[in-house]
Write a protein that binds this ligand. Structure first.
Ligand SMILES: Cc1cc2nc3c(=O)[nH]c(=O)nc-3n(C[C@H](O)[C@H](O)[C@H](O)COP(=O)(O)OP(=O)(O)OC[C@H]3O[C@@H](n4cnc5c(N)ncnc54)[C@H](O)[C@@H]3O)c2cc1C
Length: 351
């Protein structure tokens, strides 16, 4: 059956910034076969461009979209045959599964590895794009391989972890192979016992061991469920919920700079914060830089930098994508003028 493409669909419910723009053509696919049919049609109809949409939590639409938006809703979570032993299991997850639902599934089954990534919005298929990460864990720690369709040849193939070129908020899918593949599923290798826990963040420690919250004994090892609870509580306390205020999470990446440049900056700005990535590289929190330029809580028309986290740009009303992008560029410029540092967007700008 020929795929039924819808026309002139509002994308407002499909992006967490809540930008009200229109897709000239739109289709949701629920199976790999449906996706292959749509790709065949794309060849015949010659759309000016196609855009693969997950949960819309890492994109900023600047204009109406003239081409075809393909919403990936391919679902399913399965054990991969002959991969389970006492310690580990491998799961194959459809790209359209919601990420946090998958985290909850793992917690229910006591599969460890992604508890620190609780409550990140979006889909499983988009997670390898920018190697999602939070609280000391990145998805590259648990991805075994990624199943893709080559957009041109329609060939289905696997990209193993080593080939994904995972880095800080980056991967081959976001850079070298941008627009080459559609991710249809991801295989994860998870632990069933002897979970590798990461509780090094102060806020996680506080939640686990404070009297007001979980009040564990300091010698007690937390469960993956308890770590997830901590992460959820921290995220809910500091990040605006996109259902209440439109946003796309962190707008910018934290710049990674040579450590000697960081030492120079420290002479001029003694309170500057930095985390060593290696002996030569230091990561500087973009939120701190933006805050120092006076943006935290500032409202500009329908947009602004959030009052609790300056790194999160928000849509307070009916902001256009362009308005948010203009604010982002002003922020970039002021950070560059004050610190000489370039902050790059983490968000995908669709223009
Ligand atoms: C409140 C909030 C908090 C956030 N916190 C974090 C965080 O802690 N850590 C973090 O890393 N990120 C965070 N994010 C960013 C975002 O949640 C992640 O990047 C997420 O993986 C995006 O998934 P998505 O399905 O919404 O992708 P979308 O926004 O729909 O798409 C993002 C990009 O991936 C492409 N894409 C999507 N699906 C596919 C596919 N199947 N195949 C090929 N390309 C595809 C799109 O074309 C687009 O370029 C946060 C966002 C919000 C709104």
């Amino acid at each position: 059956m020929k795929p039924q493409i819808l026309q002139n669909i509002s994308l407002k419910p499909y992006n967490t910034f809540g930008i009200d723009c229109t897709a000239k053509n739109f289709i949701e696919v629920k199976t790999v076969d449906e996706l292959l049919e749509v790709l065949k049609l794309v060849e015949q109809e010659k759309f000016p461009s196609i855009f693969i949409l997950g949960g819309g939590s890492n994109i900023l639409f600047l204009n109406d979209f003239d081409g075809l938006v393909i919403k990936n809703s391919i679902k399913g979570i399965e054990k991969v045959n002959n991969t389970e032993n006492e310690e580990n299991i491998t799961l194959y997850v459809g790209a359209g599964e919601k990420w946090h639902q998958f985290v909850l599934f793992c917690l229910e089954n006591n599969y460890g590895g992604i508890e620190n990534l609780s409550l990140i919005p979006g889909t499983v298929g988009a997670a390898p794009m920018q190697n999602i990460g939070a609280y000391g864990v990145e998805i590259c720690n648990v991805v075994e391989r990624v199943k893709v369709i080559d957009r041109k040849t329609k060939e289905i193939k696997w990209i193993i972890n080593d080939e994904c070129q995972f880095g800080y908020r980056s991967s081959i899918f976001k850079h070298q192979a941008k627009d080459k593949y559609i991710i249809i599923g991801v295989e994860f290798r998870l632990t069933k016992k002897n979970h590798i826990l990461n509780t090094s963040y102060g806020a996680i420690q506080d939640f686990l061991y404070s009297e007001d919250t979980l009040n564990l004994n300091t010698n007690q090892i937390p469960s993956i469920n308890q770590i997830s609870k901590a992460v959820i509580a921290i995220r809910e306390s500091k990040l605006p919920n996109p259902k209440e205020i439109g946003n796309g999470g962190s707008f910018f990446k934290n710049p990674e700079i040579p450590s000697n440049q960081f030492e120079e900056l420290k002479k001029e700005f003694p309170t500057i914060v930095g985390y060593a990535v290696s002996d030569e590289i230091t990561k500087v929190p973009a939120g701190w830089l933006i805050e120092q330029c006076g943006w935290k809580g500032k409202i500009v028309g329908n947009t602004g930098a959030h009052k609790n986290q300056a790194l999160v740009l928000v849509n307070y009303g009916d902001a256009k994508g362009e308005e948010i992008w203009n604010l982002a560029k002003e922020i970039q410029k002021s950070v560059f003028d004050k610190f000489g540092l370039n902050i790059e967007p983490e968000i995908n700008i669709v223009g």
